[in-house]
Design a protein around this ligand. Structure first.
Ligand SMILES: *Cc1c(COP(=O)(O)O)cnc(C)c1O
Length: 222
């Protein structure tokens, strides 16, 4: 697996687009992350708290660490001191805990709301209809140690890229609606995190501003 070459190719395909690249390094050793870092990447994402906590101190300080997997409330405190962006906020309770831990470490923690857009059963994420209510909730207003900066979605795992495209398109439409409707001191929707190895070209065509790519950089996982 030639990580540097993979990154070069990916960055080339991102040229002139608005999409940022987050390298999803879950299950991969720190040596692989160092290689990607040397190729110029600074944004890395993990889906498990333990792995994030283990890898973070071993790697350069200027890495921006993204949490992309389901986050349990009792684990927020472990990543609050250093996490750059949490992509997987799926409840007000979780957001409340992130706010509390942000306050404890004198930080404002950036968050994305995870939206359920796929056809298949997903355990996590808001359904689109819930988000209006969520963003109007009074409980959100007094949270000074979080900032909701966008949405994250995962499309159906399918070879049918037209189905995937429709799901991304719906998420983008929702994003644009919410963005124009809700702006406050702690809500400013700028980031649309969608697209993985199998579907990032489609996601970019549909308006993604952040793609999360693992396999196409680091190779397949065991
Ligand atoms: C693993 C993972 C990715 C990256 O998946 P690849 O198919 O390897 O690119 C992106 N987003 C989330 C939430 C993930 O868990």
């Amino acid at each position: 697996m030639d990580i540097k070459k993979n990154i070069k190719g990916l960055l080339k395909s991102l040229e002139g687009s608005q999409s940022e690249l987050v390298a999803i390094s879950k299950t991969k050793p720190t040596s692989a992350i160092v290689e990607a870092y040397e190729a110029g990447l600074r944004d890395f994402g993990e889906n498990r708290v333990q792995e994030l906590v283990d890898k973070h101190p071993l790697l350069p300080d200027d890495i921006r660490w993204h949490m992309v997997g389901h986050l349990q409330r009792n684990k927020v405190k472990f990543i609050a001191p250093f996490v750059y962006l949490i992509h997987s906020v799926d409840s007000l309770k979780l957001l409340g805990e992130i706010d509390k831990q942000g306050e404890n470490c004198h930080r404002i923690i950036n968050c994305l709301l995870q939206v359920h857009i796929a056809e298949e059963e997903q355990k996590f994420g808001f359904i689109p209809q819930e988000l209006n209510q969520f963003l109007q909730n009074d409980e959100l207003k007094n949270r000074n140690h979080i900032k909701v900066i966008g949405l994250m979605g995962m499309a159906t795992f399918s070879e049918d890229l037209e189905k995937v495209r429709v799901e991304f398109r719906n998420l983008k439409t929702l994003f644009d609606q919410l963005k124009s409707k809700y702006t406050s001191s702690n809500v400013d929707l700028k980031v649309l995190s969608m697209g993985m190895t199998a579907d990032y070209p489609v996601a970019m065509e549909e308006g993604s501003t952040m793609i999360r790519v693992g396999t196409a950089i680091f190779g397949t996982r065991n």
